[in-house]
Write a protein that binds this ligand. Structure first.
Ligand SMILES: [Zn+2]
Ligand SMILES: [Zn+2]
Length: 158
């Protein structure tokens, strides 16, 4: 049930399947967003995370990662490291993923609430339109009936 993460730029939210840029503040971006938002190179010497404004001072604070690593990469990436470091890397990787999933759920909750609010708003607007239309209709009907009654009266007088 692995789900692919989305670019953390809210204007983009592209599904990430291939290459992506990850930060030590647990954010992830597609490569075009990372370039456009100043993650790949810093104009003033300080890179900042576009999602949380964390300063990314060290070179490894934002790195390009391959989301579909090759078999040889999987074999070699942790080779030579001590089990303690390997476990640390694993747990940080899992934390990163967990954070992303939590953020995604929060985003969906927020969108759902937003939609529910908009629906309730539209609903009450609709109610008002219907109420106005109904009162206009009954006003017109009254006028019509009065006009008809007057018309009858005048025609009887003749
Ligand atoms: Zn993006
Ligand atoms: Zn961040």
């Amino acid at each position: 049930m692995d789900l692919s993460l989305r670019c953390n730029s809210l204007k983009c939210r592209q599904r990430l399947a291939d290459r992506a840029v990850v930060t030590t503040c647990s954010h992830i971006f597609c490569v075009p967003c990372s370039d456009a938002l100043g993650l790949s190179s810093s104009a003033n010497g300080i890179r900042m995370c576009p999602a949380c404004d964390a300063q990314l001072a060290n070179p490894d604070d934002a790195v390009v990662t391959q989301l579909n690593p090759t078999e040889d990469y999987k074999t070699s990436v942790l080779s030579g490291l001590s089990p303690t470091i390997i476990m640390e890397c694993c747990s940080r990787g899992i934390s990163f993923y967990q954070y992303q999933v939590t953020q995604e759920i929060m985003y969906h909750d927020y969108m759902a609430k937003n939609l529910a609010d908009r629906y309730a708003n539209l609903n009450s607007q609709m109610d008002n339109v219907i109420k106005d239309a109904n009162s206009e209709i009954s006003g017109l009907r009254d006028k019509l009936e009065r006009g008809f009654a007057n018309g009858l009266k005048t025609s009887c007088n003749h």
